[in-house]
Design a protein around this ligand. Sequence first.
Ligand code: HEC
Length: 194
Amino acid sequence: MHGARIGLCALAAVLSLGYSQALRESPLELKLGAPAPAWLGKPEAGKMTVLLISSSAPCASEQTRLNLDKRGAALRCVVEKTPAMSGAVILLDAAGVVRAVAPARTDPAALFERWRMGKALFEQACARCHTEDGADEFYSYNIKRLRGIGNRLSHAEILERTNPVPMGPNQFSIRAFLYSKEELDALITYVAGL
Ligand code: HEC
């Protein structure tokens, strides 16, 4: 039991709880799972788009841009002087909904991959009860709607509510599905953006 607790605490530390807290309190009112505010602009050409908030353009190397391009996603710099947002990395879906927000220096392709992995895992293990977009609750009347959950709970709190059971040093189970820390992180990143 003791070992299990330590495993979960270590995992919570890996998840970026401090940052999502700061964003929820930021005056810019960036909401997860909701359309991006106008100052962020639209996604590029109907693609998943990573926005890099920077004080000057260009904001990223050509390699970073290519890494996203290879994956079918786009990159755009948003020049913004607000110190609270400087460096933030924001993932928009093709419809312009904010799906993930990560701290400065997060690799844009890594963020996109994490979200995409989380989406695949969610569709496999969670959507049958929570629905694909987390907006409905057809499994039972007491199911909690996941839409917008990232605005009320930190990553660590969301993780806690999925109730992962430690099965080994890098293995956790949620409702009989087995996940590594990396996969859990991906899953929570995705759920937070529903
Ligand atoms: C068999 C149906 C079922 C499956 C599959 C399922 N859930 Fe749930 N989930 C529920 C129900 C029912 C609740 C609400 C009651 C509870 O907390 O147990 C819930 C609650 C939650 C909550 C807490 C929501 C809140 O606002 O407190 C989270 C987060 C969550 N589920 C995530 C997941 C994830 C991630 C997966 C996939 C790994 C998953 N669930 C798979 C039925 C399911």
